[in-house]
Every structure is written in structure tokens, then in C-alpha cells.
Design a protein around this ligand. Sequence first.
Ligand code: NAD
Ligand code: LYC
Length: 612
Amino acid sequence: MAAVAGPTLYCVPSVARSRGDCGGDGKKRRSLEKGVSFGVGLKCAPAFYRWQRAGRGNLIREQSRISGIREAKVGRSISVRSAQAAVEKDGTEEYDAIVIGSGMGGLVAATQLAIRNVKVLLLEKYIIPGGSSGYFKREGYTFDVGSSVMFGFSEKGNINLVTRALAAVGRKMELIPDPTTVHYHLPNDFNVQVHRKFEDFLNELYKRFPEERAGIDGFFGECWRVFNALNALELKSLEEPLYLFGQFFKNPAACLTLAYYLPQNAGAIARKHIKDPELLSYIDAECFIVSTVDAMRTPMINCAMVICDRHYGGINYPVGGVGGIAVQLAEGLVEKGGQIQYKANVKSIILENEKAIGVQLVNGKKLYAKKIISNATRWDTFEKLLNPSQMPERERMFQRCYKKSPSFFSIHMGVKADVLPEGTDCHHFILEDDWSRLQEPYRTIFLSIPTILDKTLAPEGHHILHIFTTSWIDDFEGLSRENYVAKKEAIADEIVERLEKKLFPGLKAATTFREAGSPKTHRRFLARDDGTYGPIPAGIPKGLLGMPFNTTAVDNLYCVGDSCFPGQGVIAVCFSGVMCAHRVAADLGVEKNSPLLSKGLSSLLAWFRTLA
Ligand SMILES: NC(=O)c1ccc[n+]([C@@H]2O[C@H](COP(=O)([O-])OP(=O)(O)OC[C@H]3O[C@@H](n4cnc5c(N)ncnc54)[C@H](O)[C@@H]3O)[C@@H](O)[C@H]2O)c1
Ligand SMILES: CC(C)=CCC/C(C)=C/C=C/C(C)=C/C=C/C(C)=C/C=C/C=C(C)/C=C/C=C(C)/C=C/C=C(\C)CCC=C(C)C
């Protein structure tokens, strides 16, 4: 019955685009799902089409031929061995855990369970793993779907959660250190380079704000206090009482420090130390990058985490591109006995006596597990995979406290290398005119040029420019196809013009490739409601206090990813994956568990959330 999917590389979006819809339910797809579970991709689109076109009998033969390709490349540098994807035995087989979605949150949860010998099946709607941290290839360029700034990817300390997630499944990637995390280009000719060395970065701020030296030391000093406390802990589920009490016993100072900062926001702490409005606006911009809101609404723990990690372990870029991380995790998962099924679009979560017992795919197939983990956003989980009219009060409360952040408008470009001045940094953040417009759609420009670090991602003599800016899906709804495309191009033209003026004269003429994505693209390819980047607080939050953990009000159903504690960001969702796997393993009896204490802690945490 089953077929196994094999090797690894894809010209993914071109495939999906030609099919009209990456997650669509077309005829070809239905026939594939009937007999064959679809695995991580094929070497390139033509092979994909050959495979798709082959008759059902030929599919298995074609598959084993393709499985003979043992080596494929992400970018042109990292080598990825073929991943053996799911062997779906029959519809009645029960797994210990099913994970819906292979974003970094889902992948980490699945791999952390697999290494504990939990029988886990990961279901991904798309044809490669990674979600927002995936990649795609075009005309010799390997593009990161989303951010190229990787926190938590060093050899140092306890919070290098990306490194640790890979190491757990025996993987390690070659890294290129980034000397400057971000180069800020701000109003009134205020330019700051966030150098890898903390002292060099501070000197930039001291130079601009000599009278705020003590304030700068005070604010960043508090950031380090939080970071050092985080770094002292062994990070596991904060919903598991035996672990939590154990950490309080081993590291009371660190735990009390974190408990103190848990309900606080960065903006309020910055204001204790700093008076200069321009410096406070700069801290808003720092927070905006990590949370898409200003400092007053950014939890202090999250702010401190990113502000310090970039100087502690540093920002490091994986050779071959960010997409390689998810590919390595997916391969590692299968090596550790887990299974992955691609093109497995979960339509609903099956409940029995109000407990989650399985999932149903869009092709009607039902799969069962003791525990169901959703890496879809909480909006998608509780409004689409479950009946919205039966949404538990706990989720209603989440939706009152948090709303969907805007999505991104993104432009992936290939340009001739000589348009970039010598010494150009890899990542830039631009707000040209007015601080008050920081959170307005299209006003700030995020720009990454990963080829500054890894030249193999583009054809020789070329660079990649990945540009993005916040944008709401409403701007693109209800347009004809023609108007939709025209609108995307007009917005992209305007942003490129702004970059020409600010940074790279001649940019338009030097462009060799350009593709723009709207919030609708995010919704379609990442299966995120309204294409949202993640949750943002509806008002001023009490730090992280209101953010839900992994358990839900539905028995046996867990969430993982950016709509869980601690929120948006690759390193944040990796932590969410680690926490989720620990809690699930405890509930399965694989990790130490005390049901009574767990129940008590769960009620206590639920009460804390009502204070937020
Ligand atoms: N959007 C960006 O630009 C971007 C880029 C890079 C990293 N990130 C970070 O990644 C974080 C998100 O990571 P994450 O792990 O929470 O999730 P994710 O959105 O990256 O991945 C979710 C995965 O679940 C799959 N999925 C959703 N519904 C499904 C269904 N019904 N059936 C099967 N599969 C389904 C999606 O296809 C996707 O692969 C963000 O917070 C962000 O910080 C975002
Ligand atoms: C239980 C209770 C209640 C209590 C107790 C106490 C305690 C013990 C506590 C503890 C806690 C903890 C452990 C916590 C943790 C946390 C964490 C880890 C966090 C993390 C976070 C992170 C984050 C947020 C991140 C983010 C990031 C991001 C978002 C990024 C982004 C990026 C981008 C966008 C890029 C940019 C670019 C350019 C500029 C171009």
C-alpha cells in the first residue's frame, strides 16, 4: 500500500506555481494521496512532473529510480542525503503523536519526541519542510523564504536552541559568522551598526548619545541580567512541575530573576534608564524587528534574549541557506525512527468525547494518535481544524489578548554584484523619514543580502536581495488576477526606488531577477491565517504572562509554534518545540510525570494568564 518518498531537492515554488496552488486539492494530488505518500522532493521540477505523470503502477518504479539519487544540494554548498519519508501502513495504525505542520516548531517537537523513542508522524501540507524557514530556488538563486538572521545558532551556552535541535538528531551545519547583525538606517542620519562585539556596538550608541551613557549601560545591563538567567537554565517545559521545581531548586536566583521579568516589557524598563526620545525610538526599532510592535508591547525576556544572543553566540548563517536547517531536521527525524508525510493537508482534528484522537486529511484519510500537536497557528487550529463555534474559553481569552500581526510583502531579487558598494553589510533596516511611522505598513524596509556571507547562493558575479516590509492582507483582497499582479509590481517598484535612493544607486538597472510575494502568498504557501507573521498583543501586555504554553483546553491536543510561549522567531519556536515535546513525553509516560502536580500547575498558569 505504501510508497516511500526519497530524495531531496526541488525547484519548489515553480512546481507549486505551475500547479496553481501549493496546497490545492487538484485531481493529480488526490490520486497521489490515494496510493502514495508523497515525500521530500525530487531533484528538480522536470523529475517531479515525470513522477506525477507516471501511471499509478509506474509511480513505485519511478520512485525507486529517483530514490537512487542519494545526493542533492541545497544552495550549491551543503549536501543533503535523501530523506526516507513516511511509510503509511494503513489508516488504522495508531501513533503516539501526530504533528501537524513542519515549521521549525513542528520539526523540533517531532525530533525531540523521536529521540525519546516516541512513535511520531509529522504531516506537512507542502512538499518540503520548514514553513517560514524553508527555501526556494529560481534561476540559479537559492532564496530563504523568510528571515536570514539566525539567533540561537552558535556553539556557546544553553540557549543555542537551533544548534541543539540539530545536534539532538546528530546533525551539525557549517556556519559563517556574521560580523554585523543589522545595519540600521534611521531618521535624521542616525546610522547604527550592531557589531558582533558588544563593546563596539555600545561605542556607536555612546558616540551618538554621550549624555545617555549611564542610561545605555543601565538598560543593556538589565538585558544581560535576563539573558544570563536564561542561559543558566536547562530549557524544558515550564508546564512540567517536576522539571520546574527542580530548576528552582538548582538555580533559584536565575528562576527568580526570570519570574521577576516575566510580566515586564522592554519599553517600560528602557524608560527607567533612558530619557532621550531618539534613543527610546531606537529601542522601539530594535523591538519592532523581533516582535513587529514597539518596545512598550515587547516582553522584556524576548527583547533581552535577542539583544544579547547576537553578541554572546553571535549571528551565524548556515552554508547553503536557512532552508538547510529544516531539511537536516527532517532527515534526522526519519533517521531517529520518526515519519514524515508531505502533501498531507490536514483538514480537521478528530475529537471523541471532547478529546483529540486523530486527524483527517483533505483526501478523507484518517490517522490516529494518542497525542495531536498542531504547528498551525492557534487561529488556524481553533477556527479551521476544529469547529470555531466550540472554541474553548481559554482560546477565546487568547484571541482577546492577542491579535494577528500584519503579514509581509516580500521581494526576492537577483542583482549584479557590482551594484553593492564594497563593505556592504548583510542585513539592513531602513526607516527614512519619521519615527512615528515605524509601525505603518510599507514604511520600514528589512533587507538581507545573504550572499554577502555565502556566495554559493547565487550565480557568480551576483547577489541575492531579500527585501520585506509589513503589509496587511486586506490590501490585496478582491482584486482581479491582473490587478493583483500589477499592484504587487507597483509596490515592489516603489520599494526598489527607495533603496536606490538610500543605499544602492543603479539598483533597478542591475536587477536580473525579481519576484514579489504579498500577504496572500504567505497565506497560500505557509498556510497561516491572513498570512500573519504571528501573534501581537492587543493592548499593553504583561510581558509574557498572557502567552499560552503548549497544552490546550482540548484533552490530548497541544499547540506548538509562534502562537505559543514565547512567540515569534525561529529560536522562540524552537523553544516552543522543546517545551511541547517534553510536556507530551511526560503525558505519554516517557518522561517523569506527576499528574496531580501537573493539574495544579496548569490551573495556576491558567490563573496567571487571566492577570495578563
Ligand atoms: N514569515 C516569515 O517571514 C518568517 C521567516 C522565517 C522565520 N520565521 C519565523 O518562523 C516562525 C514560525 O514558525 P512555526 O514553526 O510557528 O510555523 P511555520 O508557519 O513556519 O510552519 C507551519 C507549517 O505548518 C504547515 N501546516 C499548516 N497547516 C497545516 C495543515 N492543516 N496540514 C498540514 N500542514 C500544515 C505549513 O505548511 C508550514 O510548513 C515565525 O514566528 C517567524 O518568526 C518567519
Ligand atoms: C512558570 C512560570 C510562570 C514562571 C517561572 C519563572 C521561570 C523559570 C521562567 C522561565 C522562562 C523562560 C525559560 C523563558 C524563555 C524564553 C525564551 C527562550 C525566549 C526566546 C525568545 C526569542 C525571540 C522572541 C526571538 C525572536 C527573533 C525574531 C523574531 C527574529 C526576527 C528576525 C528578523 C525579522 C530579521 C530582521 C532582518 C533584517 C533586519 C533584515
